[in-house]
Design a protein around this ligand. Structure first.
Ligand SMILES: [Zn+2]
Ligand SMILES: [Zn+2]
Length: 131
């Protein structure tokens, strides 16, 4: 009985955290995930967030984004190629749709250096902060 209640709680925690990440306009920090999830599940702790993130990563639903600053954030795994925009004013990170880079055919960016992928983070001011 207790075990199934625990199972239900964990399923709910997992659903809420997956939704919080899915609804965000950019990759979230653990702190942001915690804050948003707590609005639905009062008293949720940071240990639960870490444990659930691990499960969501193992099941391929969520991936880790490591920004050039070294900060880890989390986003839905299936979102496709996009770039990030870090607002220097509010410190939020937003998704920017599409790719702004035109690579040479074959990806050879310098003689002998063949690029296979890239991560781009822009820095600037978001629409909200530039008002
Ligand atoms: Zn901003
Ligand atoms: Zn790109």
């Amino acid at each position: 009985m207790e075990t199934s209640q625990l199972g239900k709680n964990r399923t709910r925690q997992r659903d809420v955290i997956a939704r919080v990440i899915g609804e965000a306009g950019g990759p979230l920090t653990v702190g942001e995930i915690l804050e948003r999830a707590q609005q639905e599940i009062e008293g949720m702790g940071v240990v639960t967030v870490y444990r659930t993130l691990k499960l969501l990563k193992e099941s391929g639903q969520v991936r880790t984004v490591i920004l050039p600053t070294g900060e880890s954030r989390f986003e839905p795994a299936g979102r496709g190629h996009h770039h990030h925009f870090h607002c220097r004013v509010c410190d939020e990170v937003f998704d920017v749709a599409g790719c702004h880079l035109s690579l040479p055919a074959g990806g050879e960016i310098s003689p002998g250096f063949v690029a296979e992928s890239h991560d781009i983070t822009f820095y600037g001011t978001c629409p909200e902060c530039s008002r």
